[in-house]
Write a protein that binds this ligand. Structure first.
Ligand code: BGC
Length: 723
């Protein structure tokens, strides 16, 4: 990469919060055949050539394990050149120099670095000669019109500021971590227009976009110099219908814009927000809702999965799950896009990964993130709870760190590419080697660290009263949880290692010992719903049907309600239907009261909530402090709809052969799933016709179709069946 020859540059005495803009003016006297710009920074940047934005990558260079991997973007700028040129690079804090959320109790050591840019412009002239312009002391720098910027803060802009340039200073900063761009770019994906503009009971002017989304507001207006536009963001309104921002915690999430004279258009350049509502706190005289629009941002991904039913509430749930993926696949898989978090929580990532890989082609997205996971993994094998990691952060522990095995294994199932396994096998082995070193029991993982069955509903009021954090866990035994996930990770290492031709006999023996120890210690005390679900899902019980019967009983006994949290919920419906209780699984899915997937839909949700009752039946909130309305974890139920309700299963990795075994339910008249696999489109639909069920199945490969107790093998084609 040419960029390695360039120097990092900064502003000599940058004392203020104002975002700097670096500039280089140059002439092109001879005709240019090609011009390529390589650029990156220690924050997020926007490059402009002759006043035009270079490329479409928003928030470049994205978020990686920066001290080990910092992506460099390469842009073809041939068509943007003229005789005399100005190249500008504006560098804001972004994620590299972000302020950590206060609740982490840690500071980001890179927070106090100066804003730095590094770039190389390579010109090949028509006469064959080459010229290179590198960042060096010939560049200039000025404070820009962006006076404050931060991922959690939002952006302050003053368009009346006069720029005043001085020579840039060279700084000594490593280049060894520079790598070519790996992930898909984050780009503007769609526009959402205001649905309503109204006054709240408190008198606030609020604009509703009708959809909770991740992105930013954009506006176009006529104003006088120094008039101000200030906008706050929110996901929900409170019970009285007033604007509500407490769930953002310390994330300010506002735009403050000082106008220049005349017509102007703007959108924040270095931040993003999670919102459905905007409050206009201050505006120029001529400002109306029509001046505004919302721009949706996410990583470039091709849509591959569609679900549609005859039930409008189910369809809204499917839409909410899709929007929660869009909202949280912004360069890394985040837990939520709005509060002072937006981190790559490994647990949430693994929970949602299968659904994500059905809805969109996420291969490139995860290739980059898994490389960051490898880079973030500690030498002794522990995997951080968030990736990219935050300094001084803890191991993720059971179920969170197991993202290292679960995600690559799932991607292999969805796409059939062995490289996901060969890239990760070393990291997987390191992780399972770490566990015996910290466990208090041989062949189990006890005394472990885990967030447990986070947010489960089965903890008695006085359980774990010590800290708020612990009170959010359910009643499932941490040792059982960690041991179950340990067994699963060892099992994945055996399967992956086998496929890669490695000797896995030692792991086989280890797995047998773990399984024996598990059944002996926990087999007789699978108490909670999640404990049963995990034992079933990871094949850790010798009496699966009995455990499933008991699970079903337990659910019915409490009024057909789930009590599972983050760990049990994704597998719950799968295990019920696997052991003959598809009807109970459907009842849970269709439940409109709390706790159930359609409850939030009945409360007007347009994305998946962190808590089943983020808004309670009386309109009050679950809490102020931990209440995201765009949290995809429970959206993982979509993989049950694809895989069980519509019955599309990979009989071979990558869907090279398919098994289709739908589980219809008469409470829904029709359901259809479409999945674009690497081998072509699979479609599985069913409809109740009055005197039976009609199935429509398209398969691009040989398929085994299981309907009403009959299994048929068919070649690729379109089929109709009746029952
Ligand atoms: C996040 C979760 C995450 C959890 C760890 C929360 O603050 O939003 O989704 O997995 O912390 O328990």
């Amino acid at each position: 990469m040419m960029i390695r020859k360039a120097s990092w540059i900064k502003m000599k005495n940058a004392a203020s919060t104002v975002v700097p803009v670096f500039r280089r003016r140059f002439a092109c006297e001879k005709p240019v055949r090609s011009a390529t710009l390589e650029v990156t920074c220690d924050g997020v940047y926007e490059a402009q050539l002759n006043g035009k934005r270079v490329g479409e990558f928003i928030l470049a260079p994205g978020w990686t394990e920066y001290r080990k991997r910092l992506q460099v973007q390469r842009y073809d700028v041939t068509d943007m050149l003229t005789g005399s040129n100005t190249l500008e690079i504006t560098v804001a804090n972004g994620w590299f120099r972000r302020t950590n959320a206060p609740w982490t109790g840690t500071r980001n050591p890179d927070e106090f670095l100066p804003a730095m840019a590094i770039a190389a412009l390579h010109l090949i002239l028509e006469d064959g000669t080459e010229e290179t312009i590198l960042t060096d002391e010939n560049w200039e720098v000025s404070e820009s019109t962006v006076t404050l910027s931060g991922i959690f803060i939002g952006e302050d802009v003053d368009m009346t500021r006069q720029l005043s340039y001085e020579p840039a200073a060279i700084c000594d900063f490593p280049k060894s971590m520079l790598i070519p761009q790996e992930g898909p770019e984050v780009r503007e994906q769609e526009t959402v227009w205001p649905r309503a503009s109204f006054r709240t009971p408190k008198g606030e002017w609020v604009i509703d976009f009708g959809q909770n989304l991740t992105g930013y507001m954009a506006f176009d207006l006529e104003a006088h110099a120094r008039e101000r536009l200030s906008i706050s963001t929110a996901e929900v309104l409170d019970r009285e219908g007033n604007f509500y921002t407490a769930n953002y915690r310390s994330a300010r999430s506002q735009l403050h814009y000082v106008c220049r004279e005349g017509r102007q258009a703007y959108k924040p350049r270095f931040t993003f927000f999670g919102f459905r509502y905007l409050r206009i706190d201050e505006a120029p005289a001529g400002f109306t809702a029509e001046c505004l629009r919302a721009v949706v941002l996410h990583s470039e991904m091709k849509r591959t999965g569609w679900l549609e039913s005859s039930d409008p509430m189910l369809n809204q749930l499917f839409s909410n799950i899709l929007w929660s993926q869009k909202g949280n696949y912004l360069d890394i898989p985040t837990d939520c896009p709005q509060r002072d978090e937006r981190y790559g929580w490994t647990g949430d990532g693994q929970i949602f990964c299968r659904t994500a890989s059905y809805q969109y082609d996420v291969r490139q997205f995860f290739r980059k993130w898994l490389a960051d996971l490898r880079a973030a993994q500690h030498e002794n094998g522990w995997v951080p709870e968030v990736v990219p990691s935050l300094t001084a952060y803890k191991p993720g522990g059971g179920a969170w760190s197991d993202a290292v095995t679960i995600i690559p294994w799932q991607l292999y199932q969805t796409y059939g590419e062995l490289s996901f396994l060969s890239d990760m096998i070393g990291a997987m082995e390191k992780w399972i080697a770490y566990i015996p070193a910290v466990s208090t029991t041989k062949d189990l993982w006890t005394g472990c660290w885990t967030y447990g069955d986070w947010l489960a509903l089965d903890a008695p009021e006085d359980y774990h009263p010590a800290t708020i954090e612990l009170s959010k866990r359910g009643y499932s035994d941490d040792d059982l949880i960690c041991s179950a996930f340990y067994a699963n990770s060892v099992d994945i290492v055996i399967r992956a290692g086998g496929l890669l031709g490695r000797d896995v006999s030692g792991y086989r023996a280890l797995y047998r010992r773990i399984r024996d120890a598990f059944t002996e210690r926990f087999g007789g005390r699978l108490n909670t719903q999640t404990e049963k679900v995990l034992a079933l899902h990871f094949n850790l019980t010798d009496h699966p049907q009995e455990v499933a019967d008991a699970l079903n009983e337990q659910i019915l006994a409490c009024g057909t309600q789930l009590q599972t949290g983050l760990l049990g919920t994704p597998y719950l419906l799968h295990e019920l239907s696997r052991y003959g209780y598809a009807e109970t699984a459907w009842s849970l899915l269709l439940r409109r009261e709390y706790p159930g997937w359609l409850y939030s839909v009945s409360k007007g949700a347009t994305t998946v909530w962190e808590h089943w009752d983020g808004i309670k039946p009386d309109g009050t909130f679950w809490s102020d402090d931990m209440n995201s309305y765009n949290h995809y974890a429970y959206g993982s139920v979509a993989d049950w709809v694809f895989g069980v309700a519509c019955g599309i299963q990979p009989a071979e990795p990558g869907f090279a052969r398919v098994r289709i075994a739908p589980h219809p339910d008469a409470r829904v008249n029709s359901l259809c799933a479409v999945l674009d696999t690497v081998h072509g489109r699979i479609r599985s639909c069913w409809r109740y016709t009055g005197d039976g069920i009609r199935y429509e199945i398209d398969t691009p490969v040989r398929a085994e179709i299981a309907l009403g107790g009959t299994v048929r093998t068919v070649e690729k084609g379109s089929y109709l069946f009746g029952e």
